[in-house]
Design a protein around this ligand. Sequence first.
Ligand SMILES: NC(=O)c1ccc[n+]([C@@H]2O[C@H](COP(=O)([O-])OP(=O)(O)OC[C@H]3O[C@@H](n4cnc5c(N)ncnc54)[C@H](OP(=O)(O)O)[C@@H]3O)[C@@H](O)[C@H]2O)c1
Length: 224
Amino acid sequence: MSETADAGSRPVVGILGAGRAGTAIARTLLAAGIDVDICSTRPPKALQHHLKIYAPGANPVRPEMIAERTRVSGPGVVVLAVPHEDLDEVDPETTAGTVLIDATNTWHDELLPGWLQAAIDEQLPTSQAIAGHFRRSTVVKALNHISHHELQDAAQPDLPTAQRRALALAADDDQARARAMGLLVRMGFDPVSIGSLAVSGLMNPDGPLFNRPLRREDILRHLA
Ligand SMILES: NC(=O)c1ccc[n+]([C@@H]2O[C@H](COP(=O)([O-])OP(=O)(O)OC[C@H]3O[C@@H](n4cnc5c(N)ncnc54)[C@H](OP(=O)(O)O)[C@@H]3O)[C@@H](O)[C@H]2O)c1
């Protein structure tokens, strides 16, 4: 499929990063009938072979095109799945006007961009720093607290929502939150809003919601 392929009637989600997380999210979206544009540091032609193995059906694009087709019907959704240590190489303008789902985490050995390290030093959640850096996008924290190993199998769109695995999300903007929740429902999860980005640390690697098979009530138990 070419970079400028017609979106047709299927929604399109962009994914920045085509590694373990990005391709697992792509597979889950594609299985739910959502088209995926995805990019990495590699040019689309070089990425094509990788995607044939790890996310068949995903459409490789250049980073500057990542939001293009998502905007066809209103503000699109782009998922950020680039390691924190590489974030200074991502141009925030590429996602301007989108709902940006921050699926990222900090790992101990990463050399972080100064703006992100400064936020961590101030004990702010990384998603707030990312919202400040990608200031022309509306950031929702989601999809960071489930492993790429589990994501696709955990998605169960055929089950009633209340019987599915629950995934938390946090956002400062209600419209963006609603858009991300709709996407998680369509993917096959039971989305549970935990509040604003200020409380998104609950979803981070040192938080109680990280990497656990949760039901709605498990998440709600952690809210004040
Ligand atoms: N692994 C998991 O289970 C998991 C689950 C949830 C969240 N996360 C989080 O998701 C993020 C990515 O983790 P990962 O495990 O997927 O890492 P990974 O396997 O190392 O993949 C990273 C991807 O980011 C791409 N990338 C790097 N710089 C980029 C740039 N400037 N523009 C576009 N793409 C760029 C890389 O491109 P190349 O392919 O060209 O090198 C690669 O495709 C991390 O913050 C991680 O904590 C991971």
